[in-house]
Design a binder for this molecule. Structure first.
Ligand SMILES: *Cc1c(COP(=O)(O)O)cnc(C)c1O
Length: 348
């Protein structure tokens, strides 16, 4: 079978990066204790503490939906509510898992621009109802990088934090593309997490080049109490935990996680530059991470699909999303941009 082509549908279309693959292979030697009592899990947690420069509590789960919903459940009781952006993955793409795993906590949607929440809207939502008949706000969830390919700056996060703090709310960060945001901002990971008031981060590994797995990183250690039981009950305690943990070791020990994220961001920047030059293409949001959102005529979308390009048209408020991955090559970007340009020329 010939190697399939690379696509722009999602960063989870890509395979496993060499660093994660090598670590999986190394972890495959011999027998080690199960359920996380192994040296790989220890080392991965310790590398995460180094990356964040703090003594955080770390858990490894199978995917982002589990990470988000279990982390949010640990912030809330069933009669609470979670405030997030209208475009948040926890609202739009988790099949109600945050509500399910928290036994009914309500998700309330905040307005905002470009996938970010407007900090001022937090107070509005908290004050909207303060009576016993309405679920009590307890957590705010932000996505970094956002579902629309934008990135919260440290000062934007601090504005969110100021509001969450003033209302006694917890702050959760969906970091399915956290690596891309760190690479884009050029900040230290602590600056946009615990130094910006984040209580718990769901740090995505899958979209950054791992086979499977997200890390749940608790900066607020009180919230991590009995989280191991929560994971086990939800079917998220891997018995062969070393294979969830080892890729983190491979990715973190020499900085591959940031190298891959920076590459994906750079490819998206290149694609954005090429598409911006085309009169028939409208770039929809500021491109700050590894995706480019554009508006294309329906006939062009069809023509691109007919040429075999895979990309999504249903994320956020519509438009075409072109997502770059750790292994997106410059030639992939040029080939896609050439095809889009060719179609634009036909219309002109
Ligand atoms: C991909 C993604 C997730 C995790 O999705 P899973 O398919 O459950 O791994 C979470 N949040 C965002 C913003 C994502 O893009």
């Amino acid at each position: 079978m010939s190697e399939p082509r690379r696509h722009f549908a999602s960063d989870n279309y890509a395979g496993i990066c060499p660093e994660a693959w090598a670590a999986m292979q190394a972890a495959n030697a011999g027998h080690v204790p199960s359920y996380g009592d192994d040296p790989w899990t220890d080392q991965a947690a310790s590398l995460l503490r180094d990356v964040f420069e703090t003594d955080c509590e770390v858990f490894f789960v199978f995917n982002g939906t589990a990470a988000n919903s279990l982390a949010l459940a640990s912030c809330c009781q069933s009669y609470h509510s979670i405030l997030c952006a209208e475009t948040a993955h926890v609202e739009t793409d988790e099949c109600g898992a945050p509500e399910f795993f928290s036994n009914g906590t309500k998700v309330l949607l905040l307005p905002g621009q470009h996938g970010k929440i407007d900090p001022a809207a937090i107070g509005g939502m908290v004050r909207k109802r303060t009576d016993i008949h309405y679920p009590k706000p307890r957590a705010v969830s932000v996505t970094q990088a956002t579902e629309l390919g934008t990135v919260y700056t440290p000062s934007e996060l601090k504005s969110v934090w100021a509001q969450t703090k003033s209302f006694g709310l917890r702050l959760h960060m969906d970091g399915a593309r956290f690596a891309n945001s760190v690479a884009a901002l050029g900040v230290s990971p602590k600056e946009i997490t615990w130094q910006s008031g984040v209580d718990v981060l769901c740090f995505g590994g899958t979209k950054n080049g791992m086979a499977v797995g997200d890390a749940v990183v608790f900066f607020n250690r009180d919230l991590a109490r009995e989280f191991d039981y929560r994971c086990k009950q939800a079917g998220q305690l891997s018995s062969k935990m070393r294979f969830l943990a080892a890729p983190w070791v491979g990715m973190l020990k020499d900085g591959a996680w940031l190298k891959h994220a920076a590459r994906a961001n750079a490819m998206a920047a290149l694609l954005e530059a090429r598409l911006r030059a085309l009169p028939h293409v409208k770039v929809l949001f500021p491109r700050q991470a590894n995706s480019v959102f554009v508006e294309l005529p329906p006939a062009h979308i069809e023509a691109l699909h007919a040429r075999g390009w895979r990309f999504y048209t249903f994320i956020g408020q519509g438009g075409c999303r072109f997502m770059c991955s750790w292994d997106t090559a410059e030639s992939d970007v040029q080939a896609l941009a050439d095809d889009v340009a060719g179609l634009a020329a036909q219309v002109a």
